[in-house]
Design a protein around this ligand. Sequence first.
Ligand SMILES: Cc1ncc(COP(=O)(O)O)c(C=O)c1O
Length: 374
Amino acid sequence: MPVLDDLPTPALLLDLDRLEHNLQAMADRCRRLGVELRPHLKTHKCVEVAERQRALGARGVTVSTLYEAHVFGDHGFTDITWAFPVPLGSIADARRLAERVTLRLFADGPEAVDALEASGFPFHVWLKIDCGYHRAGLDPSAPATLALARRVARSRTLHFDGLATHSGHAYNAVGCDSIRSVAETERRTVADLRGRLAAEGIAVSASIGSTPAMSCVEHLDGVQEARPGNYVFYDAMQLALGACGPADPAVTVLASVVSSQPGASHCVVDAGALALSKDAGHPGPAPTMGHIYGDYAVGDLLEDAHLTALSQEHGKVSTRLPVGTRVRILPNHSCLTVACFDEYHVVRGETAVDRWRIWRGRERTGPPVAASSC
Ligand SMILES: Cc1ncc(COP(=O)(O)O)c(C=O)c1O
């Protein structure tokens, strides 16, 4: 089996021990908090990882595109939530998938509910509620939100699954105390609204999600389900937030120094924006385009070398290293980094033990795929 030194660079490394640890820890945490785990697969886009989540008790899965929904439907996942405001032009395609798996859709306005009802198909619907992130979602205090919920509940065609929130603004908080307060507001917002509906005889579930919130929240009373995604890998952002430690991230980019000019104070590696993404990460006191591990096995990050700038294929490192040096980079945002690659090199220690496909397409074309890894 190849060792890391044999791999061509840039290569996306997935550390199996770390992955298994992160999967188990979140499964245990959800159990302790009394909620079902419906992991968001947008982070890894990988059948082999999703199968491990299912084996650990995940109740259904969450995806962010209809392409992902089709891929995981094709690979035997039969309960899929598409956690994105349903585009009206995708309803016909969604219906084709919903005829063979349980597909749950997000709506956050009357237009989507109208279109779903007009389709005549018994879609499962979650109403997306804004818990303070202010990206998408219905205002939980608006009378129109209650009116829409009553309408979905009384619909003769639609199944009203519940109320869903996403605390993306937990990424603006730093430290577990402030993340916990965002998480508690999210919990209270959705549990209160669920309670008001229950008082009218409308019994639905509440689903929340975000890795920082799930890492710090203390209790989830009134909530039935959680949809964290990033926890499988973590990254520099989660590290800066305090949602993980430096020995937790499971995904790194292996790169080689390709240019190191005499007299320069920097060098260049073969991992640029198309390997790491341009995500600027946490805007803290020490901004970086990527940390570099000195010793990945113990979670030791170099203090005197990090990525300062990325162009398409070039990554600029803050110090001069000899050409040929291989570095292991902790990306700012693992979800976007993964989407730059076609496959993971799955590693245990220094040995590459497997290669797993990343289903990063966007448009669905052609017949269903055979259920195999690459
Ligand atoms: C609707 C929704 N739910 C859940 C998640 C998972 O959040 P995280 O990646 O922080 O775990 C996301 C992430 O963007 C999301 O958009």
